[in-house]
Design a protein around this ligand. Structure first.
Ligand SMILES: Cc1cc2nc3c(=O)[nH]c(=O)nc-3n(C[C@H](O)[C@H](O)[C@H](O)COP(=O)(O)O)c2cc1C
Ligand code: SF4
Length: 571
């Protein structure tokens, strides 16, 4: 800074310049108004600036305003418009935050039915580490339909033939009523499933008649007693509705596993209270864990009870993988009781939510690839894979994303934020403020008017249809008949520099029955994670077995929750 500016700043702080300018404008405006009957507006504006400045230096909430009266408000304004400015002018095409411009544009185009083809070749750096491609065939296949389906709960009284691409769990409460109606309407036209999320089934879910997966979480919304415990009669009543096709018990979700949640009282409207069976205007709490069971065996018995109460609909659970021994405890309980869920949905740590603490979204839970592989491999190794279907969610928005997940072992994929983009979400990331600019994630009736349900129904349907059409083209190019034939042998990854590997060589896959053999002592453990943690898992408890009680006597520096530091799971 120039020296004279420095000395001026010492006597009259330059950060007050805007405030002083307001005072000067006020005085000049007042003078010209009195002398020439013009300039009153400037005087008024200057006066306003002076008052704002006085208020700024006296308030105690924002130190920036105390030091920078009037001009300091620019900071808040710029912060307010930062996401939009970044999104429109600064953000790179493939920069994910959390979804890249390229990913969102693809969804917008498919949802609107606009051309989704690209000229002049890929924007991706194909030499970059992590770049992946699917191998094509010189003999492409020709498929009649893009409507790929998977049968879930084949042994149930009412199995469900699901699309391999469905709307992931998002509650009415997190999303607006208009958004729920549009999602469900799209699901009805496109013949795919809409997961209710833990907020239960609302009038908005029923209005369009699309297939529902009813998610039951720790708050037992829609099937609870006033004290929050599970109510079997209420559950049976809703689960038997023809629109409900499957029941999903939520254990955790990737964005905030082990956290639970609260919908603040002011957001608990009459409609939300009715759907959930809670009191209007009172904080609606989802506990971090379930009250209806406390052990792996208890959980499987609870699932079996839900299946029976629902009249034989497929039941399963959704979770994000955490402690490996807890998942192994569930698997052990399946082996010991013969009680097997019809499906498991694996959610990745990269998953979304309406609101969660930053540490949870950033650093808790296994990412989808690792979680999915662990669940798939365990079931394969135990010879249970053909009895349990696996769904998954975690940033799946394109046909390649679906193909990749199916190669890693999924039978179907869910998308939450992909369908939000189809509804018009612009990723402003203000879902938790009730000020959603597009009417997707707000309970404000005025803001919801921005979302025109009939046109968004069309977009939800279009996004689903065009994505599966693109998947059909990928499957055809690979010379296959169904996406469930895509394996890790079809996908190649650049692992470093000039080195590329098939996913089947790059990632660990377990052979059928390999875990049974290892458990029986007939073979080595297929991976360290099994060697270390399988013996610790107990069907009768989620807690790990004490080291002394391990059958092989191996001392693993592992302590019960809260007692110490677990060892590396990758081994
Ligand atoms: C706004 C919002 C609300 C959600 N609510 C639920 C919920 O009620 N239950 C649940 O299991 N998952 C919930 N999720 C997680 C999603 O169902 C999904 O598992 C996760 O976002 C990963 O999918 P995505 O990457 O396609 O968004 C929510 C996600 C979002 C974005
Ligand atoms: S537009 Fe913004 S506030 Fe609305 S749903 Fe999308 S991210 Fe959330």
């Amino acid at each position: 800074m120039l020296s004279w500016l420095h000395s001026l700043d010492r006597h009259v702080p330059l950060r007050y310049l805007t405030w002083f300018t307001c005072a000067v404008v006020m005085l000049l405006g007042a003078f010209t108004e009195i002398a020439f009957h013009t300039g009153g507006l400037f005087a008024a504006l200057g006066f306003l600036g002076v008052v704002v400045g006085v208020r700024d230096v006296r308030q105690r909430r924002h130190s920036i305003l105390r030091n920078y009266p009037v001009i300091g408000h620019m900071r808040f304004f710029l912060e307010f418009i930062r996401p939009e400015m970044r999104q429109y002018f600064i953000e790179g095409e493939n920069e994910a935050a959390p979804f890249s411009r390229a990913q969102r544009s693809l969804v917008y185009q498919r949802a609107k039915g606009d051309p989704d083809k690209r000229p002049l070749g890929t924007m991706l750096d194909v030499q970059h580490e992590g770049y992946e491609w699917i191998n094509h065939s010189l003999q492409p296949s020709k498929l009649a339909s893009h409507d790929f389906r998977v049968t879930i709960g084949a042994d149930c009284a009412q199995p469900y033939s699901a699309s391999i691409f469905n709307i992931s769990a998002m509650s009415f409460g997190a999303l607006s009523g208009a958004a729920i109606r549009a999602l469900n309407g799209g699901a009805r036209i496109g013949n795919f499933a809409h997961d209710t999320g833990e907020g239960s089934i609302s009038a908005h879910h029923r209005a369009q008649g699309g297939d529902l997966i009813w998610e039951v979480a720790s708050g037992y919304f829609g099937c609870r007693n006033p004290d929050g415990s599970f109510n079997p009669e209420l559950f049976a009543q809703h689960a038997r509705e023809p629109q409900v096709k499957m029941i999903e018990l939520k254990l955790s979700q990737g964005a905030k596993p082990g956290h639970g949640g609260v919908l603040p009282g002011p957001k608990v409207t009459r409609e939300i209270a009715e759907a959930r069976g809670v009191e209007m205007g009172v904080d609606c709490i989802s506990p971090a864990s379930h009250g209806a069971f406390s052990t792996p065996v208890g959980m499987l018995q609870f699932l079996a009870r839900l299946r029976e109460l629902s009249g034989g609909k497929p039941v399963g659970f959704k979770f994000c993988v955490g402690h490996p021994w807890e998942w192994f405890a569930i698997a052990k309980a399946m082996m010991e009781t013969g009680l097997v869920p019809d499906f498991i949905v694996v959610d990745g740590a990269e998953g979304g939510t309406g609101a969660a603490p930053l540490e949870f979204t950033d650093h808790v839970g296994a990412p989808l690839q690792e979680g999915l592989l662990l669940v798939h491999n365990t079931l394969v190794g135990l010879d249970l894979r053909d009895r349990v279907k696996i769904g998954c969610a975690g940033k799946v928005v394109s046909a390649f994303d679906i193909a990749r997940m199916m190669a890693l072992g999924a039978d179907w994929c869910n998308s939450a934020r992909g369908f939000m983009f189809a509804l018009g979400c612009i990723q402003s990331q203000s879902c938790h403020t009730d000020k959603c600019p597009t009417g997707v994630a707000t309970q404000d009736p005025q803001r919801q008017k921005a979302l025109v349900v009939p046109s968004k129904i069309e977009r939800v349907h279009n996004f689903h249809r065009h994505t599966l059409e693109a998947l059909k083209e990928l499957v055809q190019a690979a010379g296959l008949q169904h996406p469930n034939q895509i394996t890790a042998n079809h996908i190649v990854r650049r692992v470093a520099g000039d080195r590329v590997k098939l996913l089947s060589n790059h990632l660990e896959f377990v052979c059928p029955g390999a875990l049974c053999d290892a458990i029986a002592g007939r073979a080595e453990w297929p991976h360290n994670v099994y060697r270390m943690y399988w013996p610790l898992a107990r069907a009768d408890s989620f807690a790990p077995q004490a080291a002394e009680a391990r059958p092989d006597g191996l001392k693993v520096p592992l302590a019960a929750p809260g007692e110490g530091r677990p060892v590396d799971v990758v081994g």
